[in-house]
Design a protein around this ligand. Sequence first.
Ligand code: XMP
Length: 483
Amino acid sequence: MSKHNIENDFKTGYTFDDVLLIPQRSSISSRKDTNLQSNLTKNIKLNIPIVSANMDTVTESSMAIKIASLGGIGIIHRFMTIEEQISEVLSVKRSEGIVIEQPVTINQDGNVGQIKELMSLHKIGGILVKDNSNKLLGIVTKRDLFFEYEDSKSVQDVMTKDLITAPEGTSLDDAKKIFINNKIEKLPIVNSSNELVGLITSKDIYKRDKFPISSKDDKGRLMVGAAIGVRQEDIERAVKLTEAGADTIVIDIAHGHSDHTINMLSKIKEKIGKADIIVGNVATGEGTKDLIEAGADAVKVGVGSGSICITRIVTGAGVPQLTAILDCVSIANEYKIPIIADGGIRNSGDITKAIAAGASTVMIGSMLAGTDESPGVIVSRPNGRYKMTRGMASLGAAVDRSIKETKSMDEEEMLEYVPEGVEALVQYRGQASEVIGKLVGGLRSGLSYCNSKNIDELQKNSKFIRITGAGKAESGAHDVLVD
Ligand code: XMP
């Protein structure tokens, strides 16, 4: 006789389409009055609760820069060398720093050819000139080089010497006034001995004003996360990534509730010091508890929920995502640790439901894979434009990984590999900001239907109703020809 009894032992697992949020009398008169701030981890707060997935068809530096500028965060995937991943993190960190701590400089003995090289290498339009004792002498901008065809000409013959500088500690508002009053674009910061200690650019102040909600670290740089695995060398990867400025490390494993993950988590936590660690994936309260007790600063939830996942089909294991979120949240709340709902988000309504169920943020893969900022090219088909996406446990991803590690898979290895993900096309969706804008707008409306000004209130006020197949059919456009 089986030890299982379907009547007594089996609980029902639900997902987003099984429920709706019940509309409530609302005091919210405009979506703009809602606040979407939420914790990504114990110590990191975001202005919108959206995280781009650590997948090689979703998040490298372009996506991470865009999503952080919109108030969320991107997690750079781990399927590249440590050096490549560090360079992706640095690209995000250098993309927008209010005070650039180590501006590119040239020595007074340099020449025009070297300046041109530096400008093209770093994609910048101005280079500061220092003397042999590190004191600031001048600046050379593209304008100074317009008619300079002689590469051997000395830096000192082309630089502008009358520099406007500001002392250490100058506030950003004061820097803005200096830009406006003097019609300059670059403001070097110097110490009392006239040594260069930083640079503020008008472009970065403009970006700060244009994207006031962007996710910034304490140095004013955009925030970014980076994923690692659980191999021994991932300890070194985690250390180097945090040294490069990654704000959070994501330990990314399909079945995160394992002894090995828990052991690695403790070791990595010890080594990297300050940065918060996100760990996953799990789908149960027990998994959440074990990871939190081993030191997780946020837990990523979702087993088999992703659009490109076939884990549930291949292994028979998984938990429908809404039930997984509810179970994990009920434990995580006891420890005040945030839950990231990872996978299966197909529209803004799913985000509202995941967050109403208690998740603090959602991680999104395929909805962002079709945008300009994701890696990969647009492919044209007779019926439209698409981009490629793939599960990180798909055969294609595994083959590419082994090629990168210079030990390409032979036929036997390919036959033995059991994929838990698929390769697929997703519709091309234009800029990520358009997709995020729609998702955020829908979430704000969702808050208003639940009479909630913010995420905390949504989690307290919301009420779910279970629906039938007929209710679900009624929920989308129906009985009309959609153009
Ligand atoms: P969405 O639905 O947003 O899901 O595309 C993204 C999430 O899917 C997970 N993921 C996988 N899961 N096999 C799986 O079972 C895979 O090959 C795979 N690749 C990604 C991952 O959690 C991601 O954030």
